[in-house]
Design a binder for this molecule. Structure first.
Ligand code: NAD
Ligand code: ZN
Length: 342
């Protein structure tokens, strides 16, 4: 089968012929229809410091996908050949305290599909049934292929009560944009999204941001006053990984405000701890998605009017994957979907 392989430890990705994986007793084999490119895939393509530490070559990468079950492992029950599925990109141990308690997203033994083992940028993927998500028939393949990052956005945004609240989202990457859509969908009042990139801020607006902010040109306090917010933001969703964005967020939170931290802020990032302590802020780190409450909520929000379709800005046949990665690298993109069906 064809696969996009990180073949050697240098910049790039290579389309190669590799063996179709053999499903183990508890696995299903999925024929991939569409995949979408994650920021993580871009890091691996660009062979940045994190990838050099993390990725063992050769490795088939990718973890955002939709496909169809074509084969069942010998012990598999409850799944059928032909079912349309996506899957959770984190494989967990099932045995640790958190897994046993149903808090699987906190498993300390998490293995990343397409990061720590072969992934979904291939014609076939074999995955344990505990990672498979059955797709609702009324949601398109393109949207399902984005369920993994939509899950990050959902898991982060739904940490706190948003009804009538004023929300600040720092970072209008695909996840920040989708989070803006979710905040509006569930009833936030102001959804302010900041970024340094006009293309992405325009997209965030299309998805539901009520006010966008050029973080390098505008002051969030001025925006607060313009919107008549006297005391600051009730909820902050950090989705940029920028130290400046995170510390700036801490500065404009309402006393007792709540921050969900998804962006991977660099070690050594400094924030004003006095503001956290004396203003009674909550800061919660967010990793992955809840298995499978987040997947359920994504599905039902889409079925009750959440529209994230504008986040997909580029679609390519997988043979044109270089164009897809170039679009992601340009910063002038939302999600990029690759089609494996032809
Ligand atoms: P992305 O890199 O596409 O988007 C980040 C955005 O932040 C970019 O548009 C960038 O221009 C913007 N930005 C940079 N500096 C900024 C500043 N000072 N103020 C405001 N915006 C600024 O990333 P993404 O794929 O949308 O993911 C969002 C973040 O979440 C990333 O940091 C990513 O690494 C992280 N992430 C974490 C998890 C997790 O499980 N914790 C999962 C997925 C992604
Ligand atoms: Zn575990």
């Amino acid at each position: 089968m064809l696969a996009l392989v990180k073949e050697k430890p240098e910049v790039g990705l290579w389309m190669r012929e590799v063996d179709i994986p053999q499903p183990g007793p508890n696995d299903v084999l999925i024929k991939i229809k569409k995949t979408s490119i994650c920021g993580t895939d871009l890091h691996i393509y660009n062979w940045d410091e994190w990838s050099q530490k993390t990725i063992k070559t050769p490795m088939t990468i990718g973890h955002e996908y939709v496909g169809e079950i074509v084969e069942l492992g010998s012990h598999v029950r409850g799944w059928k050949v032909g079912e349309r599925v996506s899957g959770e990109g984190h494989i967990v141990c099932g045995e640790c305290r958190n897994c046993l308690a149903g808090r699987r997203h906190y498993c300390p033994h998490t293995i990343g599909v397409g990061v720590n083992r072969d992934g979904a940028f291939a014609q076939y993927l074999s995955i344990p049934t505990t990672n498979v998500w059955r797709c609702a028939p009324d949601i398109s393949d393109d949207i399902i292929s984005c369920f993994d990052p939509l899950g990050n956005a959902t898991h982060t945004a739904l940490q706190y009560d948003l009804i009538g609240e004023d929300v600040l989202i720092t970072g209008a990457g695909p996840i920040g944009m989708m989070a803006a859509a979710i905040c509006r969908h569930v009833g936030a009042r102001n959804v302010v999204v900041s970024d340094l990139n006009d293309y992405r801020l325009d997209l965030a607006k299309k998805l539901g941001a009520t006010r966008t902010v050029r973080a390098d040109k505008e002051d969030l306090r001025d925006v607060m006053h313009e919107l008549g917010m006297k005391e600051g933001f009730d909820v902050g969703l950090e989705m940029s990984g920028s130290p400046q964005a995170f510390s700036g967020m801490v500065d404009v939170m309402h006393n007792s405000g709540k921050i969900a931290l998804l962006g991977l802020v660099k070690p050594g990032t400094v924030i004003d701890w006095d503001k956290v302590i004396f203003n009674g802020l909550t800061i919660k780190g967010i990793y992955g998605r809840e298995m499978y409450e987040t997947w359920y909520k994504m599905t039902t929000m889409l079925q009750s009017g959440l529209d994230i379709s504008e986040v997909i800005t580029h679609r390519f046949d997988v043979r044109d994957f270089e164009k897809g990665f170039a679009a992601m690298n340009s910063g002038q993109s939302g999600k990029v979907v690759l089609d494996w069906q032809n």
